[in-house]
Design a protein around this ligand. Structure first.
Ligand SMILES: [Zn+2]
Length: 103
């Protein structure tokens, strides 16, 4: 059984957390598969980082040992107009292409 972010103690959350508030309800975006997931559902990785919650998500290159997660709201700001249609609360399982992604 994989350990999830929501199972962590407050102290552990402080080191694993991706979003500023560290809430398990706040959303993170996976750069590897382009989908969003509540932080609480993210898997606690062996390398000390959180990993994508989607079971079919795999790092695409050897340079990425694990999946790459970002805070949803921070990333939306960085993406600017390309993320103008991004909702405050994303949908589970939906892909949200990035500005730089090949569409
Ligand atoms: Zn992913």
């Amino acid at each position: 059984m994989k350990k999830l972010y929501r199972d962590l103690s407050p102290e552990a959350r402080a080191s694993y957390g991706i979003t500023e508030d560290g809430s398990e309800e706040s959303w993170v975006y996976c750069l590897t598969c382009g989908r969003a997931v509540p932080q609480g559902d993210c898997v606690v990785g062996e390398d000390g980082r959180l990993e994508c919650a989607y079971g079919d998500c795999r790092p695409t290159s050897a340079s990425h040992a694990s999946t790459d997660l970002r805070a949803w709201d921070t990333l939306a700001q960085e993406q600017g107009g390309a993320a103008a249609h991004w909702p405050e609360k994303p949908e589970w399982g939906r892909r949200y292409p990035l500005r730089d992604a090949d569409l």
